[in-house]
Design a protein. Structure first.
Length: 137
């Protein structure tokens, strides 16, 4: 299964709706090239909607970090939206949750680009505590 990337814009923020897997090969290369092209076009404020991404491997994680770095160097940022439980666990175990801003709600992700707007971020601490409780059961 390939990686589908649909682009849409809200309030000047580009949202990429991803569907499939972010893995070594075509999928990661497709996302990497998309993010590079956006940065080159000056579209540097990006949200990746990962709701329909069922798997991310180590190459996929590297692609996310590369995209984050590319957009940041261009004066923008990359934020993550609606990760599956497995993908959140992957970010926690690799400590990449300290790099990315993660959101459950699209409006909160959008608002995070605008100083002064109320924003509710994903609560990593609660998620980790829940994982620990479930591990003891």
């Amino acid at each position: 299964m390939g990686l589908e990337i649909r682009q849409r814009e809200r309030e000047g923020i580009l949202i990429l709706d991803l569907k499939g897997r972010i893995t070594a090969g075509e999928e990661a290369a497709h996302l990497r090239e998309t993010l590079r092209a956006l940065a080159a076009e000056g579209k540097t404020r990006v949200i990746l909607n990962l709701e329909d991404v069922d798997y991310i491997d180590s190459t996929g994680l590297g692609t996310l970090v590369m995209g984050f770095t590319t957009l940041r160097k261009a004066g923008g940022s990359l934020k993550l939206l609606r990760l599956s439980r497995r993908n959140i666990e992957l970010l926690v175990f690799t400590k990449l949750e300290t790099v990315f801003e993660i959101f459950d709600d699209e409006l909160d992700a959008l608002n995070s680009f605008f100083p002064g707007r109320a924003v509710r971020r994903f609560d990593i601490l609660s998620f980790v505590q829940q994982m620990e409780r479930e591990g003891r059961e």
